[in-house]
Design a protein around this ligand. Structure first.
Ligand code: MG
Length: 362
């Protein structure tokens, strides 16, 4: 979208985790003021040394602060993105949020900080962007229910008996969306939809019992809002992340891009069915953690990040992800979260327990 609108946007800070070559290419093209890599590469090419570089686990937050950017598009995966989101709230005018784990682990604090500093958070997660778009038509009326749609992930139509032995190759073949490995695994376990329920609670200040999930294999309806009179508004479009990214970047204006237009006659029908929480127990685990509150969602997230990484390293089976997340949630005493330090302590504890479980499993 920055490439599409060079007169309107300028990438003043770019960051990546370990993909240094890809970041170097983007730096050459967009010429930011600052750039960050979580892992310092052996060598920084001569032609990208014009910008200020930052390295290390907190580099993206430091680079963002130094860039003095107006908007921050936070798309770091996992709780690793929390520090950048926090810095973005304090140093930028708007936070365009693609990272969901900041809200899953520290939702109350992040939303309170946003309010206090009057830095709006604009959702980039496609479902939440859809809900946000539908809410523009609410006219102050209360919301009865949020309905999150789920593609169901790569294993949606698999027989239950085969699910636990799915390989990373099977899981990374997402039917509709092009995304990173971690979130694509989360889509296949359906834990992603659970994280999105938590995210929606915080973003839209709505209780968990007013959020429903429905599987919608075509990913055309990106999510829906029901009002008290039973009217339901849905946001639709081709599954293309430039839609939600562009909506947040241009808000309140819509930014045209080369989107595939919906042809309803060609689509023929849109289908919906209830998620199978027995086949995909991660969804239920996330919903239980949301109901429990306190440290439960931090525990859920930390255990899942470790389990997914172990699955992608081929150390555990697909089925073991849910087992490990469930086991860690069971083992961990419920506690409260009052500060970011509490979040990081609960995250560490969950990761340690999950690593032990991985060692026992493999
Ligand atoms: Mg999403």
């Amino acid at each position: 979208m920055v490439r599409r609108y060079p007169d309107r946007f300028f990438a003043s800070c770019l960051s990546a985790n370990t993909s240094s070559e890809k970041l170097f290419d983007l730096v050459r093209e967009f010429r930011p003021k600052t750039a960050a890599l979580a892992v310092e590469p052996e060598k920084i090419p001569e032609d990208v040394r014009f910008c200020q570089w930052y390295f290390g686990p907190d580099a993206s937050a430091q680079a963002l602060k130094a860039s003095k950017a107006q908007d921050a598009l936070c798309a770091v995966v996992g709780i690793a993105g929390l520090s950048s989101v926090w810095t973005a709230l304090e140093t930028c005018q708007r936070v365009l949020l693609a990272n969901k784990e900041a809200l899953v682990t520290a939702g109350q604090m992040v939303m309170a900080r946003s309010k206090e500093l009057q830095t709006p958070i604009l959702p980039v997660d496609s479902e939440h962007s859809a809900i946000f778009q539908c809410l523009q038509a609410a006219g102050g009326n209360p919301v009865q229910r949020l309905i999150l749609t789920a593609s169901g992930g790569a294993l949606r139509d698999w027989p239950r008996a085969k699910l636990s032995s799915a390989t990373p190759e099977d899981v990374l073949r997402h039917p509709n969306w092009q995304m990173g490995a971690k979130i694509t695994v989360d889509c296949a376990t359906m834990l992603n939809k659970g994280l999105e329920e938590v995210e929606a609670c915080h973003l839209f200040d709505i209780p968990a019992d007013k959020i429903d999930v429905v599987v919608h294999p075509q990913s055309v309806v990106h999510s829906m809002v029901e009002f008290e009179d039973g009217a339901v508004l849905a946001q639709m479009g081709a599954p293309d992340m430039r839609g939600p990214i562009g909506y947040a970047m241009g808000y309140p204006n819509r930014l045209p891009y080369e989107a595939r237009r919906l042809d309803f006659a060609q689509l023929g029908k849109l289908t919906f069915f209830a998620p199978d929480r027995d086949a995909f127990p991660c969804l239920r685990l996330a919903e239980e953690a949301l109901r429990q509150g306190g440290n439960a969602c931090v525990t859920l997230n930390g255990a899942n990040e470790e389990a997914v990484a172990a699955f992608l390293r081929r150390e555990i089976s697909f089925g073991a992800i849910a087992e490990i997340v469930g086991e860690v949630l069971n083992q961990t005493p419920l506690g409260s979260i009052r500060s970011l330090e509490d979040v990081y302590a609960a995250d560490c504890d969950a990761r340690r327990r999950a690593q032990n479980a991985v060692r026992r499993t493999k």
